[in-house]
Design a binder for this molecule. Structure first.
Ligand code: 1BN
Ligand code: ZN
Length: 346
């Protein structure tokens, strides 16, 4: 099968799965926003420890709005700040690998990391692609731990190479989430057993059609570099976020992901009251976690491909598709899952 045919089959399978889910949801009358967690201190996240404790209460915004919940209800994670980061990334216009736009995105990410006091590495590399040799850059923020283990968080910040495509949801949402996560975790460096590394990856998107060689360039590079340096052996878990900000957010269990880690994240989400966003349906998606899985590293992909939004990979993937509320909720789950992983190492 040619690359083009494989891409078409991938689309058809994804569409059929999404259609089945939509029919099932309609039949069950399912939809609706998440039940928010009511006590940040109960989340057990490092950020929650420093966030002001709030009494269990009704959230101050209606469950139907896309406004962010107060950070005190989401473990210190500020969904409104994450949303502003997404807005900034979108303001750079299309930013596929190798473009002028991506240089602006890189400067913004690095400027933010500096302002949070994060130590970070710039991993510059060149790679052959179907449209020629391309310069790419991964940016890896590193908050050290007291021990040798690493918890690795991933997002991609490149946008799909399509005319007028700004990737608010696809590229923007998870990058806003990881910037806000870095803002909270960098100041806590040296307090927990495992280091937390947050990698902002280039080149997730295919230059032409998604194949094993035309996709996840940045992630393949990072996994290979970490294998060479010996750091890969130190990685306890990889948590990838991708397309996690949409308004009708439903994150299925991605079935290529490592089971115990998926269960850790989903049970954390359920404990925080987000069982209607972290749903129990299964879906297989190839993404930036694949190079780490192939090298035997426990990895989970948090991705909402379930809704198969009509705006995916179109110029309609704009800021109005992103919910600050859901960014806050997924951020809360990521922080609390990191805290659970840290507890396992005590
Ligand atoms: C995620 C965002 N992906 C691309 N942009 C990965 C993907 C590939 C998702 C094929 C569905 C099908
Ligand atoms: Zn994409």
């Amino acid at each position: 099968m040619s690359g083009g045919e494989r891409e078409k089959v991938r689309w058809m399978l994804a569409f059929a799965a999404a259609l089945a889910v939509a029919i099932a949801l309609t039949a069950c009358g399912g939809s609706g926003a998440a039940t928010p967690a009511t006590n940040a201190a109960a989340s057990g996240s490092p950020a929650a420890a420093s966030a002001p404790a709030t009494a269990a209460s009704t959230p101050s915004v209606s469950a139907n709005t896309d406004e962010a919940l107060p950070a005190s209800q989401t473990g210190g994670f500020d969904g409104a700040r994450a949303f502003q980061d997404v807005a900034k990334l979108v303001s750079f216009g299309p930013h596929p690998s190798g473009s002028d736009g991506i240089h602006q995105a890189q400067q913004y990410i690095e400027g933010e990391l500096k302002s949070y006091g994060c130590v970070f590495d710039e991993d510059n590399f060149h790679t052959p692609t179907p449209i020629g040799d391309m310069a790419m850059k991964n940016i890896v923020a590193k908050a050290p731990g007291t021990g040798s283990g690493i918890i690795l968080l991933l997002t991609h910040y490149d946008t799909k190479r399509l005319a007028n495509f700004v990737g608010a949801e696809d590229g923007g949402s998870s990058t806003g989430l990881m910037l806000e996560t870095a803002r909270l975790l960098c100041p806590l460096q040296g307090q927990d057993p495992n280091a937390v590394w947050i990698a902002f990856l280039d080149g997730e998107e295919a230059m032409v059609y998604w194949t094993d060689t035309d996709s996840v360039y940045g992630s393949r590079e990072l996994a290979a570099r970490m294998a060479l340096s010996g750091d890969l052996k130190r990685v306890k878990a990889v948590i990838l976020a991708d397309m996690i900000g949409q308004k009708e957010l439903k994150i299925p269990k991605e079935t290529n992901s490592t089971k115990w880690l998926t269960e850790l994240v989903w049970s954390t989400a359920a404990r925080l009251g987000y069982g209607n966003i972290f749903v129990s349906r299964d879906m297989a998606i190839e993404d930036d976690h694949q190079p780490f899985l192939k090298r035997g590293v426990a990895s989970v992909d948090l991705i909402d491909f379930d809704g198969f939004q009509a705006y995916w990979h179109t110029p309609q993937d704009t800021l109005d598709k992103v919910s600050a509320r859901n960014l806050g909720i997924v951020g809360h789950v990521v922080l609390a899952s990191v805290a659970e992983l840290q507890k396992k190492s005590h």
